[in-house]
Design a protein around this ligand. Sequence first.
Ligand code: NAD
Length: 711
Amino acid sequence: MPEDFAQPTTARVRYDQQGPVAVITMADGKMNCVNRPMRADLLDALVTAHEDPGTTAIVLAAEGPAWCAGADLNEMDSEDAEADPNLHRTLIGYMDAMEKPVIAAIGGVALGGGLELALGCHYRLAAPGAKVGLPEVTLGLFPGAGGTQRLTRALGLEAASNVILSGRVHKARDFEGTGLFDEIVSGELLARATGFAQSLASGACPPRLRDLKVAMPNAQGYLELVRMAVKSNPRRLPGQLPAIDAIEASVTLPFDEGLEVEYEGFRAMRASLASYAYRHAFLAERRAGVVEGLDPKTPLRPTASVAVIGAGVMGQGIAMACAEAGYQVTLLDLGPAALERAVMRIGAQYDRAVTRGRMSDAAKSELMARLIPATDYEDIAQHDLVIEAVLEEMPVKKAVFERLDAVMRPGAILATNTSTLDVNRIAGFTHRPGDVVGLHFFNPANIMRLLEVVRGAATAPDVLATVLKVGKRLGKVNVVAGVCDGFIGNRMVEQYMRQAQFMIEEGATPAQVDAALERWGMAMGPFRMNDLAGNDITGAVRARQRAEHPEAILPAAPDLVLERGWLGQKTGLGWYRHDPAQRRPQENTELTQALTDWRAAQGISPRRISDAEIVDRCLLALVNEGAAVLAEGIAQRASDIDVVYLSGYGFPVAKGGPMYAADSMGLSNVLRRMREFTRLGHGDAGFWTPHPLLQKLNKSHRNLKDYGAKQ
Ligand code: NAD
């Protein structure tokens, strides 16, 4: 290379010359996101290589787990997102105009903008296990740097539409033999890519995807069907319909005009409220894994062997989650009958998965072989991690933890799945409270993503760090919570339920409350949820509340249900009538009458309650309690509360979580609405006193997201 071509090696991009091939390596030590500094460095390197007469071809490689993980979401809302050199026009546009070929050598993930960068290269070589995809729709966006225009040309309309609209991540080898990859390389990728680059005839015009036509007869007819299918899906993602418009432009318009349609659609999408909320949800989930004050280098304890105590509903689910993550699990219960029943139920669940084609027989056998039933604590004494899921009664927990304290090897982690009991008291039943932690799974534990990791007053940092790692391996979204009744999620949901119940006393029906909240986006309304979970749980919670807080005013409506033994789906009657012949629950007319009689006896004349009131009362009940949870340090940050609700309670991602929704509403509006509800004069008068934290934040013009730990 002549001297006047300085090698533009930077902190993010390395530049090496291998004979006539320039190797540009993205190596920012993180995920090689195409943020502004990365784009600028890449462009510099490409220009240098292009202008160097000694270079005939360029290999674009990367170091680290990611070839390029796409746009930097932290940059998305700043001016830098669009600043030059931008990805879609400047950087990829430069490659379009190059006379020397650029060969992408993809060893790690190439997602979103990363895959779009690769599609802008002239050739693409990938390791078989490299991961590719356009996950933008899962972030409330769709591809905005040529993905909808070039992938359709590389893969064909149907396959590309599937990749774009599903947002799924694929193995590179799934696309072997398609126009996406020129070669899937089993051996040493970089050596092969430089060899490939050298073999290209110098001076030949490099091929560009943009010059191809999207081949498919009746493409628009096909897209119309896809559009109809997406439109009729109530759970569709906000970026899917505009993505279809952009895909259609790849068929109907010349390339540059298609690119323009895509970019304009992308910009509009990015500025939409739903898109902000989706991105908030994504970043919040990442942030939740960071625990304030916990050194990320904390050495971990071993977790090779896991025991689950209590083989009931939760114990079975937890054991399944552990087996599915590859752990050997010893499942311990009082007697062989309970264990036999548990193993049979687990087997039956996996059998259903096999029948539905979701699991192979061999996979089922492998999972079942990982479950070892036991009745003797001596069998688990040397295990690394014990997760207790016995009855929710303190004396039972006490007996179990005293026994664990006596038998377990020093250093074993002792976790409890209690949903309401005091983890500090449970830790106090042992002589090693530092080893005790709460792991609050949600039902069904092998399916629900949320895991509340409850940090006791004495929980040792390495215990916390280790269970967070275990949670990750189980595929869970970890949120750290402090000790209080109900932790983050259930403590807040009680207030939400309470408002829902007050409203049916005031004149609404369970179906109206559920419908309003479901239309707003909740996966399931509160009454349907109660009937599914079983109203006996409501009964137990109320009994405890009455004992512990005799001053609290509880809605009377649940008693109407409980007194009649209407436990929900399991008894066929609850807030609804559940007829096995009907798909949807029906009105429980006896309950309607009981409510009418109750109102008459109380002198309450029923009033019409609007959907807006239903949604706001339920949402703001969550927000007020969420503020308390935050102020007491039970949650580390407002966004952790959002993660709990998004991953554990079916809260709509497009609304970002309750705390995000409150910030979006504006705290002054939140407080004004609470004052309006006070004037309704029903229920617990103190209920709508805004938590002091809300008042304080509003006064200083700050938001809930600004409170607490460093963001
Ligand atoms: P369950 O009644 O279905 O199961 C409890 C099991 O524990 C039974 O198999 C019982 O035989 C066994 N058991 C009782 N005493 C025992 C002992 N001394 N030693 C060993 N085994 C013993 O209860 P569940 O619904 O699975 O709940 C278990 C725990 O999980 C509770 O603490 C509960 O609060 C918590 N939890 C439940 C849910 C839920 O939705 N069910 C959700 C989250 C957390």
